[in-house]
Design a protein around this ligand. Structure first.
Ligand SMILES: Nc1ncnc2c1ncn2[C@@H]1O[C@H](COP(=O)(O)OP(=O)(O)OP(=O)(O)O)[C@@H](O)[C@H]1O
Length: 257
């Protein structure tokens, strides 16, 4: 199987605090995977290790066949990353933001022009290129950020809570775009708090206090544990997780979030 991500026993400690505790999973190329978990579960830390920007304390991982410890530059060139804050310049137009990111990805001349034209068309931004980003709705900002992340034709797209604070219609449009991109062969890793989004992924990883407490396809997971909803399934896994972290007890008693 051609794997986009293969990680084994990834651990990240910040001083005495362990944010990621031995995460292992394999993601086939071309699949969409969703990370779901409460705030502070360790999703972003895990993602940052897979992007090659944060060095794991323990464990190993390959992303697109490259080692996160020794080949982070190769990984960075081949992944598109979009954070929950979108990382756009509000006082620049859509086109100027794309120009800026083309430079970041070292795209110049004809290649830059072609790639910008490709993503503008692909993401449906033709009518928006001269607008200031500050004048755009959250949904349009999200699409501009996606266009920026796709400029260098990445093989893996990593989206960290891309739809946080975006209205439901825009979320749906964005999700459809993501699914089309996956059909075109891009592997997608997305972290989300929304179970309806998670349900559309090929694979799901439930992250809870630094552990990957479940991994599999949403349908298989629901069938295996005989749960109708992913919310029920998540709670089921959390309640069956014997964690030493005292915050786990708070979560079980209703302090979720
Ligand atoms: N650089 C750092 N130094 C110390 N602690 C950190 C650092 N980065 C993250 N943490 C801690 O690690 C834990 C996991 O954080 P992380 O951002 O990975 O969670 P998350 O699941 O992405 O949460 P959210 O959904 O809120 O983005 C948190 O308790 C956070 O405070």
């Amino acid at each position: 199987m051609n794997l986009a991500i293969d990680c084994q026993g990834l651990v990240k400690r910040f001083g005495s605090y362990t944010a990621v505790r031995g995460v292992s999973f394999q993601l086939p190329a071309g699949a969409i995977m969703g990370f779901v978990g409460p705030n502070g579960a360790g999703k972003t830390t895990l993602i940052r290790m897979l992007c090659g920007v944060l060095v794991p304390t323990e464990g190993k991982a390959t992303v697109l066949g490259y080692n996160v410890l020794t080949q982070s530059e190769e990984i960075k060139q081949r992944i598109g990353y979009m954070s929950q804050k979108f990382s756009l310049y509000d006082d620049l137009t859509v086109k100027e933001n794309l120009d800026f990111y083309a430079g970041v990805y070292s795209l110049h001349g004809k290649t830059a022009q072609e790639q910008k034209a490709r993503v503008i068309e692909r993401i449906g931004l033709t009518e928006r290129t001269t607008q200031l980003v500050s004048a755009l709705s959250g949904g349009w900002k999200q699409r501009v950020a996606l266009a920026c992340a796709l400029l260098h034709s990445p093989q893996l797209l990593i989206l960290d809570e891309p739809t946080a604070g975006v209205d439901p219609v825009s979320r749906r449009i964005f999700l459809d775009l993501i699914h089309q991109l996956a059909k075109e062969g891009i592997t997608i890793l997305v972290s989300t708090h929304y179970m309806d989004e998670a349900a559309t992924c090929d694979y799901l990883g439930f992250v809870f206090y630094g552990r990957l407490i479940a991994f599999g396809s949403p349908d298989e997971m629901r069938e295996k544990e005989a749960k109708d909803s992913l919310d029920d399934l998540f709670i089921y896994y959390v309640e069956n997780e014997a964690l030493d972290d005292p915050r786990n007890q708070a979560f079980k008693k209703g302090g979720r979030g």
